[in-house]
Design a protein around this ligand. Sequence first.
Ligand SMILES: Cc1cc2nc3c(=O)[nH]c(=O)nc-3n(C[C@H](O)[C@H](O)[C@H](O)COP(=O)(O)OP(=O)(O)OC[C@H]3O[C@@H](n4cnc5c(N)ncnc54)[C@H](O)[C@@H]3O)c2cc1C
Length: 394
Amino acid sequence: MQENLTSHNSPARKHYDYIICGAGCAGLSLLLRLLRTPYLQQKKILIIDQDHKTKNDRTWCFWEKQNGVFENIVHHRWSQLQFKSDDYSSQFSIKPYQYKMIRGIDLYEHVIAAANNFPNIEFKIEKVIHLSSENEQAVVETENNIYTSDYVFNSILFEKISPAKNKYLLLQHFKGWMIETDKPCFNPAVATFMDFTVQQTHGTTFMYVLPVSENKALVEYTLFTENILKPEEYDTALRKYVFQTLKINEYKISHEEFGIIPMTNQKFAKNVGRIINIGTAGGQTKASSGFTFQFIQKQSNRIIDSLVKNEALISATNLRHRKFKFYDSVLLNILAKKKMSGEKIFTRIFQNCSPQTILKFLDNESDLFDDLEIIYSLPTLKFFTAGLKEISIK
Ligand SMILES: Cc1cc2nc3c(=O)[nH]c(=O)nc-3n(C[C@H](O)[C@H](O)[C@H](O)COP(=O)(O)OP(=O)(O)OC[C@H]3O[C@@H](n4cnc5c(N)ncnc54)[C@H](O)[C@@H]3O)c2cc1C
């Protein structure tokens, strides 16, 4: 039963201007921007996470044209990418974009160190169990305490995603190995964005190869399927790829990571009153690709803009936003119903479109001409039928 939060016996609630629930990518991206905004940097802010954030638990890759707020912690960058499949392979320049890699631990340490210079910022290691909005305030309940704030920015996914009828949920799951070799084996100037020349038995399956030096690369086995694999299956696939495709016999694994990213057109929890959902919990994972990092950065910028202007914090729902949600649903429809494999879709796109258009499209930044370039590269009837289906169930 929910506790009566206004009872006389309830503990004194400490009040903050903002509480950020979850010190992950979204929480810390927002915090860094708050600290860099003169109008907001003196606000009393509490950030709560159940974890100390001292592990390098993930590596983010994304592309951008300009320098981003995390430029000085970019671990490696590439302006040449490779795409490979059985039917088509190419290496291309993505200028003016750069494909960038940031290590989780570098981002956590960077923002936490910046926040330590501000006496108005508090961190707490606690498990958040409930959020509510009452009387123009947000209420955060942890296992031991209750806090209130003017706004809560929440990146915690409290509930398992269960798609409604006619909605899709695929899992993007992957295991990555950072491998190190004695002999030079990699070209650090070129990243393999997708290598589909691996077995497609489970569904859409590809490898990333992200070299950070001649002797070191992150190799990631990635699948878009309904269910995850047994742990040993990821290792077997990685071992086979390193040996047979990369032709590397001797190496050591200096870092491992595993992730599951939900790819879904199911709506995430709505913002309620003073609770604003951010990050994956706020719908910032692109349903058809799993890319999230840059969408989080854009959402953080929008929130800062609204706070500075004292505007209502509402989610993006404009026509442009709806257009990309529609494209995501169509692609998910095709993938989930196995009308065409991801390997074939991406092969056709890379074969027929400029890399810059593809990156723009995946970033939800493309205009109608760019969209048409992508649309014409795909089998029209299949996608048109899926599009009609998605329109009819809106
Ligand atoms: C291994 C991995 C690699 C990825 N690589 C990429 C990539 O290359 N490019 C890309 O665009 N996206 C990538 N993603 C997807 C996405 O960018 C990340 O998942 C990103 O971290 C999402 O940010 P977030 O803040 O929404 O969630 P998180 O970063 O997961 O942050 C949520 C925080 O909430 C905390 N928390 C959870 N429950 C509670 C609770 N009850 N109480 C208190 N704290 C709680 C967690 O400890 C965590 O710190 C990757 C994801 C994973 C898992």
